[in-house]
Design a binder for this molecule. Structure first.
Ligand code: HEC
Length: 181
């Protein structure tokens, strides 16, 4: 094949891919209630992985789990994270359902298999173009490492712990408590 023919073919392919990706992202009139397509979710997760520097990804949590640190993080998570992620980390909350992309279920393998360093980077910096805020500053590194202990604990969260967290959920109007569960 002549060189120019090959270049033309590649340009047509690239344009096709760009149109496909555009149509995929513009579905549902850009409503945040929609759920991202599998392709968007795949591309976003891999792009994020590549964007986090390897040094940061390889960091290990300097804290070993202790009852005291887990308790601090449980209260912190209930206050700062549960409005979107839910006390149980499932993400099925008022804000979570209305975000695009939605907060993932933090108890599942997709999140649990992220390294400590990757979780630390995400909590500190947030995730651009999503509802996930960057928390450092004002969080100190220790605050985020404790939160990571708690994220690792989420798959074993007991019903008592979940009920206890309701005490620490931000309160506004009475009757809205169920939004954090
Ligand atoms: C305003 C809503 C909101 C708040 C508050 C929030 N998050 Fe998130 N979070 C999100 C969204 C949305 C995503 C998904 C982003 C994406 O798809 O890339 C997310 C993703 C994450 C992830 C990545 C999980 C994964 O598998 O990719 C972690 C870890 C996380 N949040 C931890 C926290 C912690 C810890 C807090 C509290 C200190 C918190 N978040 C507060 C909305 C929020």
């Amino acid at each position: 094949m002549k060189r120019w023919n090959l270049i033309f073919l590649l340009l047509v392919l690239a344009a096709g891919l760009a149109i496909g990706a555009g149509v995929s992202m513009l579905h549902n009139g850009l409503s945040a209630h929609a759920t991202p397509t599998a392709m968007e979710a795949f591309l976003a997760r891999h792009a994020r992985h590549l964007a986090i520097p390897a040094d940061a990804r390889n960091e290990r949590n300097p804290l070993a789990p202790s009852d005291q640190d887990l308790q601090v993080a449980l209260e912190h998570f209930a206050d700062h994270c549960a409005p979107c992620h839910g006390n149980d980390g499932g993400g099925d909350t008022l804000y979570g359902r209305g975000l695009y992309p939605k907060p993932p279920d933090l108890r599942l393998a997709e999140t649990q298999k992220l390294s400590d360093g990757e979780l630390f980077w995400i909590i500190g910096n947030g995730i651009r173009f999503t509802g996930m805020p960057g928390f450092s500053p004002p969080h100190e590194p220790q605050d985020n490492w404790k939160l990571i202990l708690f994220i690792r604990h989420l798959p074993q969260l007991t019903a008592e712990e979940r009920v206890e967290m309701e005490r620490y959920n931000p309160k506004s109007l009475r009757g809205h408590e169920k939004d954090y569960r």
